[in-house]
Design a protein around this ligand. Sequence first.
Ligand SMILES: [Cu+2]
Length: 69
Amino acid sequence: MAQEVLSVPEVTCQHCVSALEGAVGALQGVDTVKVDLDRKDITIDYDDARVGHDSFVSAITGEGYQVGG
Ligand SMILES: [Cu+2]
């Protein structure tokens, strides 16, 4: 298992949390995903043989949020 933490500066409320946790959590190979509203980041625990950074970024931007910043 591996873990990645990405900055998601545009998250502002529980709706954003649900959208991102749902989108990233739906990816095959993702174990757990948690958005921290105070830190504005997302922590993803995943199987690095099955999924990785590019898929996370695609899922997040697909919901209309930017990564980084
Ligand atoms: Cu929101």
